[in-house]
Design a protein around this ligand. Structure first.
Ligand SMILES: Nc1ncnc2c1ncn2[C@@H]1O[C@H](COP(=O)(O)OP(=O)(O)OP(=O)(O)O)[C@@H](O)[C@H]1O
Ligand SMILES: [Mg+2]
Length: 220
């Protein structure tokens, strides 16, 4: 298994009371697999994905990536792991505003332990995602959909084994969303696994659909 999640839980406090945002959630994703997580707003999708990316510490449970317990790593090692193995597209704004779009895309390559240049690869990805024109622009001058596509290109930069994306097509027009779905399918055919939170039916036609409600998985 590429990803094995066992009885993962996370509580938050609201109005002085604890509530489970993610409640005993288990799942497995095989190498090259494709899972779409569906659930209403507030059902715990982002909380779950943030833990899988190693950005949020679970209260209980285990996340094993390719046999490695990611929370057995210290912060620094986990950051290196994330850069090297994972493409992560968070839900909100995530670009560095003092770097150009192109440099945002190139960043993971230079944070990792990679040798050689990143320019050609980054430009190729940006061109695939229709971003050639905005290479030199800075994030505040990009549209929401362009920012989202830059974040997607950045996630693909290190050719990760797994891409986790939180509503990757939510602020795109239907044509662009369809192109992103096609690109994901292409990468998936080449062996990259995907775990997405999405409401996009086009995306959820591909692969396994899991439903989450109040932090629990409903069906497979
Ligand atoms: N840092 C936090 N502190 C307290 N409660 C939180 C925190 N982050 C999220 N929550 C709550 O946890 C629940 C799950 O939030 P989460 O962001 O995981 O939902 P989601 O399924 O991603 O929703 P959406 O589809 O709107 O993005 C929500 O009720 C939210 O209000
Ligand atoms: Mg969310």
């Amino acid at each position: 298994m590429l990803l094995e999640v066992t009885r993962l839980s996370k509580k938050y406090t609201r109005g002085g009371r604890d509530f489970p945002a993610v409640d005993n959630l288990s799942l497995s994703l095989e190498r090259g697999g494709f899972i779409c997580l569906l659930g209403r707003s507030g059902s715990g999708k982002s909380t779950f994905l943030n833990m899988l990316a190693g950005l949020l510490t679970p209260d209980a449970g285990k996340i094993s990536f390719d046999g490695l317990d990611i929370f057995s790593l210290d912060d620094r090692a986990r950051t290196l792991w994330r850069n090297d193995k994972l493409g992560y597209v968070p839900q909100g704004a995530s670009l560095l505003s003092n770097l150009s779009a192109l440099d945002n895309v190139r960043l993971p390559y230079h944070l990792g332990s990679r040798k050689g240049g990143s320019l050609k690869k980054a430009r190729g990805l940006m061109s695939d995602l229709g971003l050639a024109k905005v290479e030199k622009s800075y994030p505040p001058a990009l549209s929401g959909g362009e920012m989202r596509r830059v974040a997607l290109a950045r996630a693909m930069m290190n050719e990760p084994e797994l891409i986790i994306a939180d509503e990757p097509t939510s602020d795109l027009d239907s044509e662009t969303a369809r192109e992103i779905a096609e690109l994901f399918t292409l990468l998936n055919d080449r062996g990259c696994a995907f775990l997405l939170a999405t409401h996009d039916l086009e995306l959820s036609r591909h692969g396994r659909v899991l439903k989450i409600s109040d932090g629990r998985l409903l069906s497979d």
